[in-house]
Design a protein. Structure first.
Length: 128
């Protein structure tokens, strides 16, 4: 149990740093009205989570702490629901209600879709 917690800590730290670097890259190169950095990390993280779950489903020889580090830690640290919620609230504060609703629906729908796509792609084409 303690090893799993340490693994989540390490994976989460790596994921958070990757998210931070992605955000910096977006701030430097893009200036959109939508928070695309958060959408990007959430989509990549959701797809990666789907891939990992598919892989771990058929791999009983992988230690539990590695699974925890990769899924809960790395993917959990890389993706961000709290930033997503803050950014939607910020859009609402600016009075852009349609954009807030659109972004919320788009984010949730696409993240679930790419998680499923990652899972089924891995199951059917990578880990068969």
């Amino acid at each position: 149990m303690f090893l799993n917690a340490i693994a989540v800590f390490i994976g989460g730290g790596i994921g958070a740093v990757l998210r931070f670097l992605t955000s910096l890259a977006y701030l430097r190169f893009y200036n959109f009205n939508l928070p695309l950095a958060t959408l990007t990390v959430n989509l990549i993280g959701s797809f990666l989570l789907g891939l990992l779950i598919a892989y771990f489903d058929g791999a009983s020889d992988i230690p539990e702490n590695v699974k925890c580090a990769m899924t809960i830690g790395l993917c959990g640290g890389f993706t961000t629901f709290s930033t997503f919620a803050f950014e939607v609230f910020d859009i609402i504060k600016r009075g852009e209600y349609f954009i807030a609703i659109f972004y919320t629906i788009l984010s949730v729908f696409l993240c679930v879709l790419v998680a499923a796509a990652g899972y089924y792609w891995a199951k059917n084409y990578v880990y068969y």
